[in-house]
Design a protein around this ligand. Sequence first.
Ligand code: FES
Length: 137
Amino acid sequence: MLEVNHGPQLSGIKSNKRPLQMELDDPLCYCFHITKRKIVNYIRIQQPRRASQLSECGGAGTGCGWCVHYLKRFFEQSANRVLDECDSLASSDYALQRAEYITSGRGRPAPGAIPLPQESSAVDSVNVELADKTRPR
Ligand code: FES
């Protein structure tokens, strides 16, 4: 089973460094927990003829719609074999831009999607509170 990195904000916290660019194991489609690696491999192996066929890779792009632009760019890259903005975008910036996209009402995350950075922090703080309350004194 594919292990998914649950967000660039977590990897940034762990390493105390801001990642310079999106890594292969960073999520590309937050709604369906699909990594950049999975998309790149899907393109390489399945050789889709249209960008819309990337939705057959675990439903990528069929949730909130945030990643559709990037899926199209990866598809175009594979056809043209060029590097572009997708590889120069920091994964933390990608996550923050998606959060802005969602909070501005332009898309609604699929059920079970990777939470927005603020939601993730809120969930983490609730978990810390619960751990504190259940800890023996
Ligand atoms: S992030 Fe891909 S559809 Fe929402």
